[in-house]
Write a protein that binds this ligand. Structure first.
Ligand SMILES: [Zn+2]
Length: 197
């Protein structure tokens, strides 16, 4: 994923972090803090590598690219630690971990892969990776945002905003069904009159 793509996943990551902070037992203020930290942490694994640039182009980094900082378990550990620490520091840890994990997840399908198990051993998904960095970005970011919001709605069923969203989703599903039903019916009728078994 490109830098811009990573930054745009900040919205989905914010909702997920708020949900996780609530599960951790943090109050609304700390949930918001987690969300804000997550929103600005979706590029964290790339810049803690301490990259150096020549004429605006990244030429290398102090920590080898996509190794320790892209090892998911470090961030899972940080989140676990955040659960124990609570308070503002805990909220920040949960937010940073959520942002970083979103980043790593977005990097994972690229040909370069990410180190799933050993921090220095990147694993590629499939033979050539699923897609190159920058591909499918709009779809991925949109899906991730919907995913994040729906997680947050699940965790906050009593929130007025969440209730509104749930109702809106149910209405749209109903509308889609109304449109799809005759189409599906026509298709079945068509099949049964044209295909002879
Ligand atoms: Zn990265």
């Amino acid at each position: 994923m490109t830098g811009k793509g990573h930054r745009l996943t900040g919205l989905g990551a914010a909702f997920i972090a708020a949900a996780i902070a609530k599960i951790a037992g943090l109050d609304v203020f700390l949930q918001t803090a987690s969300a804000l930290v997550a929103a600005v942490s979706t590029s964290l694994p790339d810049w803690v590598e301490i990259p150096y640039y020549r004429k605006g182009v990244r030429t290398g980094s102090l920590i080898k690219h996509r190794t320790y900082t892209h090892w998911p378990w470090i961030w899972v550990g940080l989140m676990y630690w955040g659960f124990a620490v609570k308070e503002l520091e805990g909220a920040a840890m949960i937010g940073a971990a959520t942002g970083a994990l979103s980043h790593i997840l977005a990097d994972a399908p690229n040909p370069m892969g990410i180190p799933w198990i050993h921090p220095l051993q990147r694993i590629r998904l499939g033979k050539k990776g699923w897609w190159r960095s920058g591909r499918n970005e709009t779809v991925l970011v949109s899906l991730f945002t919907v995913f994040g919001v729906s997680i947050w709605v699940q965790v906050n069923p009593d929130n007025v905003f969440a209730q509104g969203l749930t109702q809106l989703t149910q209405e749209s599903v109903k509308q889609i069904n109304v449109v799809l039903q005759p189409l599906v019916q026509n298709f079945i009728t068509y099949l049964s009159s044209n295909v002879h078994f």
